[in-house]
Design a binder for this molecule. Sequence first.
Ligand code: NDP
Length: 296
Amino acid sequence: MAEVIDGKRIAAEIRQEVKQQVDELKTKGGVTPGLAVVLVGDHPASAVYVRMKAKACEEVGIYSRVIRMPQETSQSELENVVDELNGDEAIHGMLVQLPLPPQIEEKPIIWRIAPEKDVDGFHPMNVGRVMIGDPDAFRPATPAGVIELLMRSGHNPEGKRVTIVGRSNIVGRPLAVLLSQKMKGGNATVTLAHSRTPDLPAVLREADILVAAIGVPEFVKADSVKPGAVVIDVGTNRVDDPSTEKGYRLVGDVAYDEVSKIAGAITPVPGGVGPMTIAMLLSNCIAATRVISSIP
Ligand code: NDP
């Protein structure tokens, strides 16, 4: 059976490190890091993510502000909130929870966030900085979390063949960029696969490290995995399950039961990449606070 990579434990380790940095920023720098999260509408999964982010902030001593706006919020109302947060000295990092309601155009909102407060790393300035390998850029939280998970569980991607399935702008593509860079946590030989990749199982079987970020429950089967490969499952899919209290359960993009029999190591869902994403968001918030407050 595969080694189970414990994202919960590793994320707790990172949150502890963040907490120490928060304490230091407060006592030596006289500044309390602040994160604002804007939630527009009543998307149920988004509401859960926002609550988790606020709770994680509070646990490490980061000041957290959640701005809840109604579903019918207009473009200019949301832009005004972003402008206010850009100018708010108590706020060092901010994010607008996606997806947004259909009447709001996402791009002008993301572009409006001050790049030095863009802890999600979605502003084109930060995307570009990541692309050129700037070590001080905000790395988007999920790809950064995957790399931390690999490094801290003893699966350095350097020199390995990594295949990522899924080329979204928030997960697959930035992860491919980071893993292929000439830097710590990089130096892998990367293949980025997607829905137009012919003979996907054969491509996946070449991977020493396989990352699934597709959004299709249990898509990756055992016959797509090289024996001994490290399998990272980014997928977080809700599937109906009336036997549970909530009426659904979370399932990854990997068929865990069969793949864990042949993989060398695997992340569970939940408890794998998910907690890492939040931990890396907190870590970006500390970096933002240091830059804005000129504390090295
Ligand atoms: P997107 O829907 O934006 O992208 C999905 C990607 O998967 C696309 O590139 C698409 O290919 C590819 N894809 C879809 N179907 C297939 C298929 N049958 N064969 C091959 N490739 C396919 O998803 P996200 O990147 O936003 O999210 C992916 C998953 O990760 C979701 O389950 C999401 O919930 C989860 N997630 C988890 C996070 C966490 O913190 N754990 C954070 C963010 C996301 P194409 O481009 O060709 O259409």
